[in-house]
Write a protein that binds this ligand. Sequence first.
Ligand code: GDP
Length: 284
Amino acid sequence: MAAPWLRLGMEQFFKMPAAMGRQGRAYSTSQTFAEVLRLPKKQLTKLVYPLQELEQHLVPDSRPDLHLRVFDPSLEDISRAESVFASSARNRIEYVSSAVRLDHAPDLSRPEVCFIGRSNVGKSSLIKALFSLAPEVEVRVSKKPGHTKKMNFFKVGKYFTVVDMPGYGYRAPEDFVDMVEAYLKERRNLKRTFLLVDSAVGITKTDNIAIEMCEEFALPYVMVLTKIDKSSKGHLLKQVLQIQKFVNTQTQGCFPQLFPVSAVTYSGIHLLKCFIANITGNLN
Ligand code: GDP
């Protein structure tokens, strides 16, 4: 990890006077991180550190398996990462181009992160959530069967590029897989691959194809568990423990810590943004 993660005492934030009278408020896209910091501690933990919130419901025996704090940024770090994802005149966040072939992809001047997952896993919703502070960015969704799916490139200021890879699944033609494979294998500025798994469903056969690809090419990748708002806490815990066990025992290149997220409640989104800012070298 680039920097030692000095966790600022959360208490410092809870002493802010504006914390008064905001109990129980739900999160929304328009809520700034400064407002998130004023949430009551329990709500804040659930929103910002969802895995740590889940930890409280685990029997002590299962805790050692769960990697909770490999990446453990302070709220101040997370707040700084928010500014990387906020569009402004000086930090333009925008769609750049789409490509069906790697040689049509934009230049390699910035570090890149990509998002892969089977169709319907919640990929476009997650990317929209990451870009919620740049609402003018249109995350294109192409769902029509037979419609050519493309790699979509988004520029995040001068910092890095986000690539939305075509979703794959049992209906996806071979060339989707070929496109994803060529990209993962050859893209030199690719810093990290985010592999999305539906937390309500767990790792499917289709997900395994992507996992095997990442392992085969020795890519550093991260497992993001989507739609965590959909399951009961019990079901979510069961899935998280199963997926964690899989990561611990069956993978080499996967980051040990899981990133559970919801594009509906925004739980885990801030932490993921901070992780992306960090691995692309933009959290100094
Ligand atoms: P994609 O095909 O992977 O891009 O998936 P989408 O982002 O289009 O999402 C597929 C479906 O799942 C849509 O109906 C979304 O509304 C729903 N969805 C996506 N993310 C979430 C989430 O975090 N929570 C819930 N409850 N539904 C979600």
